[in-house]
Design a protein around this ligand. Structure first.
Ligand SMILES: Nc1nc2c(c(=O)[nH]1)N[C@H]1C(S)=C(S)[C@@H](COP(=O)(O)OP(=O)(O)OC[C@H]3O[C@@H](n4cnc5c(=O)[nH]c(N)nc54)[C@H](O)[C@@H]3O)O[C@H]1N2
Ligand SMILES: Nc1nc2c(c(=O)[nH]1)N[C@H]1C(S)=C(S)[C@@H](COP(=O)(O)OP(=O)(O)OC[C@H]3O[C@@H](n4cnc5c(=O)[nH]c(N)nc54)[C@H](O)[C@@H]3O)O[C@H]1N2
Ligand code: SF4
Ligand SMILES: [Mo]
Length: 749
């Protein structure tokens, strides 16, 4: 750790982009923050939100001691040895009584912390745990499922170079999702040769910059996307040459699209037919197109079908494997395991995608007499009571478990329901990594080093998992002697002994992260222990994508290349390019059975064909569609709990159209009551002409309890999931319809 007054490299942890930051610290506080020009990905860029980062590092609800629930529901502080012994003992008890697969794991990381989840795999293995979930299973699993079948990988958009950029249910001006979003959006907007297409029911900050803004009626994107594809097929604007060379059979899909009535579908979606046709033609004639979808279509009706149609927009037009299009990059370690085909949840038989049980199904897997129901949960870096659909039902489910263990930095809505709370060191008090979307053609990885020592009473999660594994007798020190001696001799020697040991000792291979932590990690030095797993990941990457690593400037091959990569990652905490690729490599990275893009997903094809018979929804009892959880300049999931970080919109107003406000007789600052079939809450409103009549929006991440200066605890703003229901979800992936909650809105006298 550097002295205060010195600029240190770190990163922002508020969204998946993890912009590089330079910060100065003083007396446990982050006092100065600026964008880091030496970060190869963000190149000095930040948005407005990291200015408040000290509100994450220091706040009134940080945990400073392990806590144990008393019979009366209050918590008592206990020491770490007691906590580890009791938590390991109680978890082992559940395993011995019911089987380890009855303990569910939830969470594992947030926007900028991933190592805890990676090390947790050792604890899970030691306990025989099998099932897991996290926030990705309430947004991205439908998309993952489609991408898995079509490409066997996850294509990334290259907006920086795209002639046409398409945003579907995505507002990058506020939510980002790609590097330097506002700079890139402004560049596109001012370049007459380039175009931007936005599909969104709200005229967002991004839509204001668009050339084609398709202001879709909420929840009808499947009609818009099907109609756009139909235009491409019917006017023969698809790239047949590309499809012949790289894609599989598309006959049934082309037939379905050929019969779509574009005029009818446009009308159902509330979009002008001519505009939709022009936008489709713009895609058809462009030299390069990049497309991204996000929550606007993932958390709405036809969620997984929407993801499929969105991908067909670029596939059918051959926008793949070139600059400005969609490309397949490399990965340093796996965030989540890959799916085994046909895996389902133990009680409800819900489809498990990329190892994750759908979040909306979790209560069904607990609130039942079924013998295979979950009996306990280990929750790490996640706040399911607040962030998953149907908070009342989620609370009921958590309370029905025999044991709940929470690992978090803060006293959260979920932690309040735990039997044990283990306090983690903050993301600035331990080594941590970026993991989401490294970038293409250059993949940047950042291992940031800690700015502070762990707050007294807290431990980094990898240390917690190592202690739990030890208490569970998953390893003994004598097992590690040889590896420790090798680690002292350097990476090369360590690598050889490590490979031998893992081959000979399957029980140690099962808890590999903790073995690395206790051996190589200890040799790396205090504060760097958790970096050991990145050595393993670097070795894997060098083995699987050696050419790409060499192109990024690293020398040697095999283990030597992996060691060179790892050393660079350690030496350059501002971030380093770990792989570099030519665009064409994308076409070789298609991982389907025959190496071709699969155009047909039969289950979704049936859903596509059935669209034409879909009855329009009736809205008598619930005249409004509530989008419950909009990204704004004043939201950052629940990473900032202290509401004073917000300069504006402190209570997170409900947005409503001028027409609706007039009908209700309310104005900006007025109060309304929002009622859904699940709940009813009062909130302040903001009247805005960016919304269509009948559509209202609430921000995400609000409604957290936080104490004022006198210790009085209040809930700030509206917790959106008091209003959502877990049964409203996609039939394939179980993703929630948070953007499509039927509601009533009434003025409050
Ligand atoms: N400022 C800020 N940035 C964030 C976050 C944050 O909390 N605050 N959170 C991060 C996280 S975890 C995520 S997943 C991303 C999410 O990023 P986004 O998905 O971009 O964020 P949202 O604002 O939730 O939803 C995107 C858009 O969907 C639109 N929408 C609503 N209903 C529909 C519909 O029926 N059809 C279509 N086409 N669009 C619709 C909304 O009007 C909105 O503009 O943001 C990340 N970035
Ligand atoms: N209605 C509605 N609900 C939504 C959404 C919506 O749009 N509408 N958006 C959804 C989306 S896309 C997402 S991604 C989720 C996000 O929901 P969550 O994943 O539950 O929330 P986060 O705010 O990302 O942070 C999770 C937890 O990590 C803790 N934490 C922070 N740093 C550390 C650390 O270093 N170690 C540990 N152990 N814990 C740490 C925080 O205190 C917090 O409790 O919310 C979802 N919920
Ligand atoms: S774009 Fe995301 S990572 Fe970058 S500064 Fe803003 S919130 Fe932080
Ligand atoms: Mo998210």
């Amino acid at each position: 750790m550097a002295n205060h007054g010195e600029w240190q490299s770190t990163s922002c942890i508020l969204c998946s982009i993890n912009c590089g930051l330079k910060v100065q610290t003083d007396d446990g506080h982050i006092v100065k923050i600026r964008g880091d020009k030496s970060n190869p990905r963000s190149r000095g860029y930040t948005c407005e939100k990291p200015a408040g980062l000290d509100h994450y590092q220091n706040h009134a609800d940080r945990l400073t001691s392990p806590l144990r629930r008393r019979k009366d529901g209050s918590f008592e502080a206990i020491d770490w040895d007691t906590a580890i012994e009791e938590v390991a003992g109680r978890l082992a008890g559940i395993r011995d009584n019911y089987g380890g697969e009855k303990i569910m794991y939830y969470g594992g990381g947030g926007q900028g912390n991933h190592l805890g989840g990676a090390y947790s795999s050792a604890t899970r293995r030691a306990l025989g745990m099998r099932y897991q979930s996290n926030a990705l299973a309430q947004e991205k699993t439908g998309e993952f499922w489609v991408e898995g079948q079509m490409f066997g990988g996850r294509p990334e958009p290259d907006f920086e170079h795209a002639e046409v950029s398409v945003f579907v249910g995505k507002n990058p001006w506020h939510s980002h999702g790609f590097e330097r979003a506002r700079v890139v959006l402004r560049e596109i907007a001012k370049d007459p040769e380039r175009s931007m297409i936005v599909i969104d029911p709200r005229r967002t900050e991004t839509a204001d910059l668009a050339d084609f803004f398709l202001q879709v009626r909420p929840g009808t994107d499947a009609f818009v996307l099907a109609a756009m594809l139909a235009v491409l097929i019917q006017e023969d604007r698809i790239d047949r040459e590309f499809l012949v060379a790289h894609a599989g059979d598309g006959g049934a899909l082309f037939n379905a699209l050929a019969s779509v009535d574009v005029g009818d579908y446009s009308e159902r979606a509330g979009v002008e037919e001519d505009l939709l046709r022009e936008a489709s033609r713009r895609i058809g004639r462009a030299g390069s197109v990049a497309v991204v979808e996000d929550l606007g279509i993932e958390m709405a009706p036809h969620s997984t079908l929407n993801s499929y149609l969105e991908k067909l927009l670029y596939v059918l037009t051959g926008n793949f494997g070139r600059a400005g299009t969609m490309n397949l990059g490399t990965h340093l370690g796996k965030l989540i395991g890959s799916s085994k085909p046909n895996q389902t949840s133990p009680v409800g038989g819900h489809r498990i995608i990329t190892s994750l049980i759908p979040c909306n199904a979790i209560p069904d897997e607990i609130l039942t007499e079924h013998p295979d129901r979950f009996r306990a949960m280990l929750i790490e870096s996640g706040n399911p009571v607040h962030s998953l659909a149907d908070s009342p039902r989620m609370r009921e489910a958590i309370d029905a478990l025999e044991l709940v263990v929470v690992i978090d930095v803060a006293m959260t809505e979920t932690a309040r329901h735990a039997d044990y709370i283990l306090p983690g060191a903050s993301q600035y008090e331990k080594v941590e990594t970026t993991f989401f979307g490294g970038g293409f053609p250059d993949h940047v990885f950042q291992l940031r080093q800690r700015l502070f020592e762990p707050l007294a009473g807290t431990l980094p999660e990898p240390e917690i998992h190592s202690r739990l594994c030890r208490a569970l007798d998953a390893f003994r020190d004598e097992d590690l002697v040889e590896l420790r001696e090798a680690a002292a001799e350097g990476l090369e020697k360590f690598g050889m002994v490590f490979v031998q040991t893992m081959g000979a000792r399957p029980e140690l291979a099962g808890i590999m992260p903790v073995v690395l932590y206790e051996t190589l990690g200890r040799a790396l030095g205090e504060g760097l222990e958790s970096a050991a797993l990145i050595w393993g990941a670097a070795q894997q990457l060098a083995a699987s994508n050696g050419d790409s690593v060499q192109r990024a400037g690293f020398e040697g091959d095999g283990a030597t290349l992996g060691n060179a990569l790892f050393e660079a990652i350690l030496a350059r905490p501002e971030g380093v390019v770990i792989t570099s690729d030519p665009y064409e490599v994308t076409l070789e990275r298609i991982q389907t059975d025959d190496g071709r893009i699969q155009l047909l997903i039969p289950e979704l094809l049936d859903e596509l064909v059935a669209l034409t018979d879909e009855a329009p929804p009736s809205n008598d009892a619930w005249p409004f569609i509530l989008a419950a959880g909009e990204r704004r300049g004043s939201t950052a999931n629940t990473i900032y709990r202290d509401p004073t970080w917000r300069k504006k919109d402190r209570e997170g107003a409900l947005r409503i159209s001028p027409g609706d406000a007039t009908r209700l007789g309310v104005a900006t600052g007025g109060r309304v009551r929002v009622t859904t079939k699940r709940g009813s809450l009062e909130t302040t409103i903001e009247v805005t002409d960016t919304l269509r009549d009948g559509h209202v929006t609430l921000p995400n991440g609000m409604g957290l309890e936080y104490p004022d200066e006198n210790g009085k605890r209040t809930v700030h703003g509206t917790p959106p999931n008091e209003l959502t229901s877990s049964e409203d979800r996609d039939w394939v992936a179980g993703t929630p319809w948070h953007k499509h909650v039927r509601a009533r809105v009434e003025a409050v006298a």
